[in-house]
Design a protein around this ligand. Structure first.
Ligand code: URP
Ligand code: ZN
Ligand code: ZN
Length: 468
């Protein structure tokens, strides 16, 4: 099957140009000056004139079916990857979980069993380490060498669940420095947060808003700084701070990066668009929709301005969703009367490409930086480049024809995620995902779905291109 994507403006990390993209089977075979293409015969032509042609989005942070607080994230690999496709994402990197006390490889096998035969788009895994001991350290080596898992997430938060202490973190970082893996860090001081949570509950402060109030920016910045220091002690182990939300944490990352350190960070659309005040203004228990960790920050502080600036100047490398959806009914409701029991997470895998494009419309980001933060850098950061993340000959034919003149209105009535609400209800984007091509196959066109469950392939990843 051959396909010609004709007349679009191809956007890459280094620039834009009007070009035709020739696809044979699953691969891009040429990016052509339009004057050459009339001589080519193909099976199908997709008209992209007036549109952007970008690499398929790569969401480097999702949690399909993540067990959390006595329930599990409401999107399966089937529903979540289909929704991702609708939103122009053609690859996800999900987090496989080693529960505390579990053999790492058993946790990985369980994740493969959840995903295999279910995914609509290609997928890869990071590994959450729920317990760092001698066996887990050996398992890290094995996963890097044999399984294509080259990044490991540790938690400085959630004592008693996923939490690692500083000694465990240092050991994992030393192992990663040796085998080339990336350490991904949930950087919040969970011990201090737990004290604040207990104090709030003792005062009868049980509403969802106290989730954010008991997770102050200072404790995100402290943990970020500590993670950076531990990585330095581990011979500059590559460190990636996940879901960064606060200006104070960004300052720590910026300082390390300016010093030439192997430190990277992502933020998420919820921190770029939503605030603590959205939660405050919500009636009754509705604020639970916005409970996530790190939490939403106040609009009266300069977090959002600083995060956009960080994205512009590469202090922040990537926008991922941290897609971790829970329905209000029977899930978020577990925290009625006690905010600490609300499962943490916001769903947004379908909206990332659009929400970051709105930053282009608003003059906060260049077109090139849009593509870089949603596709090219995730591919490079997590060992998928150049198979993914770029429109160039030899790469997988994963691309999105994006209409800058379209409109997207986000809401529970129209989204495809398995959620009974939307954290972005009513948000309007000037731009729209038109056609989505995954390995040469049109899976979304004009809002209609043509993909199928099970067509997504597991991707074994290499080491990060940013490794020094
Ligand atoms: O609130 C969040 N972020 N839930 C998902 C788990 C995590 O820490 O990433
Ligand atoms: Zn986290
Ligand atoms: Zn997460």
């Amino acid at each position: 099957m051959s396909l010609l994507v004709k007349g679009g403006t191809v956007v890459g990390p280094t620039g834009t140009r009007v070009a035709d993209v020739l696809i044979e089977g699953e691969k891009i075979v040429a990016v052509l000056d339009p004057s050459f293409s009339p001589t080519i015969t193909v099976d199908e032509v997709l008209d992209a004139s007036g549109k952007y042609v970008i690499p398929g989005g790569i969401d480097a942070h999702t949690h399909m079916e993540l067990p959390f607080g006595g329930t599990a994230a409401s999107d399966t690999f089937d529903t979540g990857t289909r929704a991702a496709a609708y939103g122009g994402t053609t690859t996800i990197i999900d987090f496989a979980v080693q529960r505390t006390g579990e053999v790492v490889q058993d946790g990985l096998a369980a994740w493969h069993a959840k995903a295999e035969g279910e995914c609509h788009i290609d997928y890869a895994f990071h590994m959450i380490l729920g317990g760092v001991d001698a066996d887990a350290l050996k398992a890290m080596d094995q996963l890097v060498a044999d399984e294509g898992i080259t990044s490991f997430k540790l938690f400085m938060a959630y004592p008693g669940v996923f939490y690692s202490d500083d000694g465990q973190i240092l050991r994992a970082m030393q192992t990663a420095r040796e085998n080339g893996a990336m350490i991904m860090m949930h950087a919040e001081n969970g011990i201090a947060i737990d004290v604040l949570v207990q104090q709030a509950l003792a005062k009868g402060q049980t509403d969802p808003i106290y989730h954010g109030i008991t997770r102050p920016a200072a404790l995100e910045a402290e943990a970020t700084n500590r993670a950076i220091a531990l990585a330095e002690v581990a011979q500059d182990c590559p460190l990636y701070i996940v879901h960064l939300s606060a200006s104070q944490a960004l300052e720590k990352v910026a300082e390390a990066r300016h010093a030439g350190r192997n430190v990277f960070a992502e933020t998420c659309p919820q921190y770029l668009y939503l605030t603590l005040e959205d939660q405050l203004g919500a009636p009754g228990f509705e604020g639970a929709k916005w409970v996530c960790s790190t939490p939403l920050r106040s609009k009266h502080e300069p977090h959002q301005r600083d995060l956009w600036k960080g994205l512009r100047n590469n202090e922040l490398a990537i926008v991922s969703t941290d897609h971790c959806p829970f329905c209000m009914k029977d899930q978020k409701e577990l925290g009625l009367g006690d905010f600490s029991k609300i499962p943490n997470g916001i769903g947004g895998v379908e909206h990332r490409v659009d929400l970051v494009f709105q930053g282009v419309v608003d003059g906060k980001l260049s077109l090139e930086r849009w593509v870089e933060t949603i596709a090219t850098t995730p591919a490079r950061m997590f060992g998928l480049y150049p198979q993914k993340g770029i429109v160039q000959p030899g790469s997988d034919a994963d691309l999105v024809i994006y209409d800058p003149n379209g409109t997207t209105r986000i809401g529970v009535e129209t989204h495809h995620m398995n959620m009974d609400h939307s954290a972005y209800e009513g948000v309007e984007i000037k731009g729209r995902v038109g056609t989505v091509v995954s390995r040469g196959e049109v899976i979304v066109a004009d809002g209609n779905y043509h993909g199928r469950k099970g067509r997504g392939k597991f991707l074994k990843r290499g080491l990060s291109s940013y490794l020094m």
